[in-house]
Write a protein that binds this ligand. Sequence first.
Ligand SMILES: Cc1cc2nc3c(=O)[nH]c(=O)nc-3n(C[C@H](O)[C@H](O)[C@H](O)COP(=O)(O)OP(=O)(O)OC[C@H]3O[C@@H](n4cnc5c(N)ncnc54)[C@H](O)[C@@H]3O)c2cc1C
Length: 394
Amino acid sequence: MSHLSSQGRIALLPDPLDEEQRTLQQSILTFAQRELGHDLDRRDHERDFPREDWRKCARLGLLGMPIPSAYGGLDVSATTIAAALEGLGYGCPDNGLIFALNAQMWACELPIVHFGTEEQKRHWLPGLCDGSLIAAHGMTEPESGSDAFALRTLATPREGGGWLLNGSKTFVTNAPDSDVFIVFATTDRSLGFAGLCAFVLERGTPGLEVGSPFSKMGLRTSHLGEVFLNDCEVPPESLLGEPGGGMAIFNTSMRWERSLILAAAVGTMRRQLERCIAYARERVQFGTPIGSFQAVSHPLAKMRLRLQTSHLMLYRIAALLDAGTATDLDAAMTKLHLSEALVKSSLDALQIHGGSGYVTESGLERDVRDALGSRIYSGTSEMQHNVIARHLGL
Ligand SMILES: Cc1cc2nc3c(=O)[nH]c(=O)nc-3n(C[C@H](O)[C@H](O)[C@H](O)COP(=O)(O)OP(=O)(O)OC[C@H]3O[C@@H](n4cnc5c(N)ncnc54)[C@H](O)[C@@H]3O)c2cc1C
């Protein structure tokens, strides 16, 4: 069929990948189909984090993709990472696992790579790459969500060195399972951005408590929870970067995260579309395949268009990241477009399947629940619109 590639998948052109990247993508796709997401209906229902799947992904090198090889990573380009994650999204139905992996890579590993001391890199990165450690990134607080820099967690310098942390974090992905926490605090709220600091903390640090996982709508195989800091005494070497350097650390993480956190969604949307096309051809109502009704074929056409634009935007920003020229505007546009496309296409896929899309074992209702979180995490869609508007001078 003209719209299908030689592997029988929807063809997306231009293809930005070289032969090596295509081979890697296909091998990750095959690995994911074979190894990941077993027993997913039960896991999703019971909010069961797939620790063994996490380890399998780590063994393949996925968690170390953006990390220099000196610290146990693969040190591959953003384009290669996008290709790998797209393959993962196509092959792995467990969106919660994929989300948890992304949360660790962009907002926990990369800040250590970009801002950590040599000692911090050697101490944390090998375990984060090999899957023996899980990390969480705590910025959001009960009183500061979109207005992230209005945080209240206080970092007070201690006599003789080190810091005393007091405050709490909420909606922290991976927190209930984490061994390592990157948390943001202010030394003095009146200093504004200049008072922001980031710390790397170890589970078990006296004064650091982790709450139970929240029950939530989607991404239920990844855990989301609270982190409490009560007179939490941390040594000087827990500080990440410079005192007052927290804003640069957060902004760097968000640029990478917003750029690539939905790379897997391109694979998910491609899988959904192929499945819907097959269903629209085979499901007969009123004596004809439902795909012959425009009310069914037009949503499929829109899914195709969203897949194409998402693919173009993903590989555009990956190229910009590789060239070192990606901006916050590029990241906001990518995250906004891919998340909204994923939500709409997941809804279309369910609707095209009628009642069978609504039942759990189809996986399509789970995709809708999982997709909706993407309009909120890593900055809501409204906040991404604000970034774009600001770049228009508004
Ligand atoms: C699945 C998931 C995972 C998450 N993981 C993490 C994590 O690992 N670490 C972490 O620190 N946080 C995490 N978060 C928290 C997330 O970053 C916040 O939920 C998000 O930034 C929004 O903050 P809020 O929930 O307090 O909503 P609010 O900021 O209170 O916003 C409520 C509503 O008002 C709108 N709004 C607010 N301000 C404006 C404005 N200026 N202009 C237009 N609209 C506005 C918002 O868009 C939203 O619709 C996660 C959230 C989810 C859902």
